[in-house]
Write a protein that binds this ligand. Sequence first.
Ligand code: AMP
Ligand code: MG
Length: 525
Amino acid sequence: MKFSNTYINLGQAFFQRCLPQKSPAPELLLWNKPLADDLFISEELQSDKCLLSQYFSGSKLPEGAESIALAYSGHQFGHFNPQLGDGRAHLLGEVIDKNNKHRDIQLKGSGQTKFSRRGDGKCALAPALREYIMSEALFALGVPTSRCLSVVITGETIHRGLAKSGAVVTRVADSHIRVGTFQYFAARGDITSLKALVDYSIKRHFPEIENDTDEPLSSEQGILSFLSCAIDKQINLIVEWLRIGFIHGVMNTDNTAICGETIDFGPCAMLGVYDENKVFSSIDEYGRYAFGNQGKIAHWNMARLADCLMPLLIDIADKSLSKSEQEQQALNKVEHLIHQYSHKFDDAYFTMYGKKLGINNGVANKSLISNLLATMQSENLDYTKTFLQLTKSLSDENIAKKVSNTLGDWYQQWLVVLAQEETLKSTTQSGIQQSYYPLAESLMEKNNPVVIPRNHHVEAILEFCETIIGHNPSAITSSTKEVINNKVNEFLDVLRSPYKEIAATTKYQETSEDSDKYYQTFCGT
Ligand code: AMP
Ligand code: MG
C-alpha cells in the first residue's frame, strides 16, 4: 500500500499524532476483497491474513502510514460541543484508488486519543459489523458512502453494560472532513486554519472550483462556490437516503462529511412501513432525525457550515465599509445560498420520486407523488415493497389488479401520467406479456431496490456473530471465522445485487413479523 497523508500538511492544530493501541490477539474476521482490489492492495498482502490482522487492528503500522486523530467540534442534537474529535479512531493516511482519487484509510475502535474524553477508545463487534454490512449495502444501492475494508476482532473483552468482543473496523472514505471540522476552527477564531481548510477541501473535493477561477481559493468567489458545492452534495446524499429508505439516526454536524458521503453508521436503520416520522434511535426522543426530517436537518447543518465561513468573508470584505456593513454583506451572500437549499432540495426530491414512479418529470407531478406517500403513510404500506409492486405491476396483470385495489383511483391517475410520457407499445410479442410502459418500467427497475438490508435480518446476523464468538474473543477458531464469513457473505451477496433478484434474494425480502414496531437502535459505541 502506498500511503500519503496530505492532511498532515495542514498543521498541528488539525490533529494529534498518536499510535493505535496494540491488540492482544487480533484476528481478521472480514475482508472486503473488491474494495481492497480497488485500492490496489497487492495480492501478496491480501493473502497474508496475519499481517492484515496486525495492520487493520492497529497493532502494526503499514509502511508509510502516519497515524493521527483528527480534531473537530459538532452540534449534537442541536447543542454545540466545541471539543469532540476522533476519540477512538486513527487515520493512517490516504491511498489512491482505481479512480485516481485519494481515499482515507481510518481505523475505528483502535484505542484512546487526546479526544477520547471519558470513552475507552474501543468499538464492540456488533457495531463494527453493522457498519460493514450497511455501508456495503448502501454502496451497492448507489448511495454515496464511506466503505469498510475489514473487521478485525482484537481478542479483548470490552464493556458495554454487558461483556462484548472488541473489534476494529477499517473505514475508507473520500475524506473525514466534517462540518464539525470547520466549526472547530471557527469556534476558536482561528481564521488562518479555516482558510487552509477551505483551500484543502476545494482541492480535494471540488477541483472544478479551482479550475473555474483564477482567483485564490479563499476569495469570496471560492468560499461561496465551496458552500454551494457542499450544499449540492448534501442534497444529493439525503435524497438518495430517502430513495432507498435509509434513516441515519444521528445527523449531528460532526457526522456530516463535506464530501457528501454517508459516515458514522451508529444507530442507523431502514424504513419498513412508510412513516415520515419514523425514528428508531433510542436517544432521538423528539424525532429530530426522523426519516422525513432528514432534508430539513441537512439544511440546518449547511447553515452551520455557512456560519463558519462568515468570518472568512468578513476578513476579505471591503474595508471602506463599516464593520456592521461588512457583516451584513457577508450574511446576505451566504443567506442567499442557504435559502436556495429549499427549492433545490424540493426539485431533487420530486425528481427522485418521479424516477421511482417511472416518470421523467417528477417536479411536474408533485401532487401525484405526495398523494401516494400520504396513502402509504395512512395505510401502513411497506415502502420498498410498494414501489417494487408498482414496478412489477407494469408487466404483470395479477400484481396490477392487487396494487390497483390497494391504491384505488391513484393507480389509474399514475397510468395516465405514464401514458402521457410514453408512446403506448403493443401488449404481446411472440406470446410473452410485454409492458405497456417499457421506458417507465426500466427507470423504475433502476430506482427501486428489490431488496434492502432489513433491520431484522441485520440484527439476526449481528446476534449470530456475537453468540458464536461468545465471551472468549481471544479463542476464536478458524472454523468460527469461516462460519461467520459464510453467514455475512450470503447476506452481502444478496445486498450487492439490490436491483436484480438472485436465487437467495427471496430469503431477505420479507418484512419482520411486527413490522419493526418495537425495534430500537443504539449509538454504536
Ligand atoms: P459517534 O457517536 O461515533 O459519532 O461519536 C461521537 C463522539 O464521541 C466522537 O468524538 C467520538 O470519537 C467519541 N466517541 C464515541 N465512542 C467513543 C469511545 N468508545 N471512546 C472514545 N470516544 C468515543
Ligand atoms: Mg461521529
